[in-house]
Design a binder for this molecule. Structure first.
Ligand SMILES: [Ca+2]
Length: 297
């Protein structure tokens, strides 16, 4: 005869209120917290982007602006200098800093919010751009989160379907779409990657959505020495802008090289961990907390 699965396990007789075990648990908890926080800081802080990085915009690198305040400068984090900071001198065209938008267990990330009407920022750094990767959320039908400003402009963005149900991603120059017509479900924040000549895809133009290849196109691009624009499509002469982006930008990385699959995935993994996965510290604390509770029964 099979033993009953419902047979209760013997209960531990260890008293829950043992003062000594409480002191030990407090010390253990403090130690675990310290180790876990250090581990989390190391995981994110140690990220070194692949070679060729030309622009690195992080909303969490913005300081001194209160929640909801206008952003006149979005500092570049490459350390290269050379006029890479994004700026907007006209108050009505400045996007807004939102302090706590991309949140989850153990992490809070700010964004820069564009109004879709006239908000745009540009820099004066002239550099090549072959790979663009960003974390964004679109809240309107059309918009260009990142583009290039020059005699030939190129842009990378997406068109939300009505109601935000679907989207087209595109990688384009003024004459023709190189990559288009990838329809994807869209809501919330995602990691978007675009390469003008993807070595992992027969050197075609490629667009990835959360790390999955969504669309390809032939045409490619010779390196172009242009400045950066976020929040709209930059055009010359003028400069003038259209295709204003309505939504939130959390982070943008631009490379002068076409990243290998391994390098692209390393960037996507860094962004995924930062914006979408609970901190290792939180997981460690939660896991060990359960362990401690079980052992104290
Ligand atoms: Ca505005």
């Amino acid at each position: 005869m099979q033993p009953s699965l419902a047979t209760p396990r013997p209960q531990s007789t260890t008293p829950v209120s043992n003062p000594r075990s409480l002191v030990i648990n407090k010390h253990l908890s403090a130690l675990v917290l310290g180790i876990a926080l250090a581990t989390a800081a190391t995981c994110l802080g140690a990220f070194v982007p692949p070679a060729g990085l030309q622009l690195w915009l992080k909303a969490d690198a913005i300081t001194g602006i209160p929640d909801g305040g206008a952003v006149s400068t979005w500092v570049d984090s490459t350390g290269l200098g050379g006029g890479r900071d994004m700026s907007q001198g006209t108050a009505a065209y400045q996007p807004l800093y939102q302090a706590a938008v991309v949140t989850g267990p153990g992490f809070v990330n700010p964004v820069v919010r564009f109004d879709g009407a006239n908000d745009v920022m540009a820099n004066s750094a002239l550099h090549n751009a072959q790979t663009v990767i960003y974390v964004a959320k679109s809240t309107a039908n059309e918009g260009v989160p990142y583009s290039r400003l020059g005699t030939i402009n190129e842009y990378f963005g997406f068109v939300n379907g009505v109601g935000g149900a679907a989207a087209e991603l595109f990688l384009k120059n003024p004459q023709t779409y190189w990559v288009d017509a990838a329809t994807v479900a869209l809501s919330g924040f995602h990691v978007y990657s675009g390469l003008y000549s993807d070595p992992a895809n027969a050197n075609n133009g490629s667009i990835y959505f959360d790390g999955s290849l969504m669309a390809t196109g032939t045409g490619g691009s010779s390196p172009l020495n242009l400045a950066d624009v976020v929040g709209a499509r930059g055009n010359l002469p003028g400069p003038s802008y259209d295709g204003f982006f309505k939504g939130d930008l959390a982070e943008v990385l631009v490379f002068s090289t076409n990243l290998s699959a391994a390098d692209r995935m390393a960037v996507e993994d860094y962004l995924n961990k930062k914006y979408f996965v609970p901190e290792p510290a939180t997981l460690a604390i939660l896991g060990l907390g359960v362990l401690v509770l079980r052992r104290r029964r």
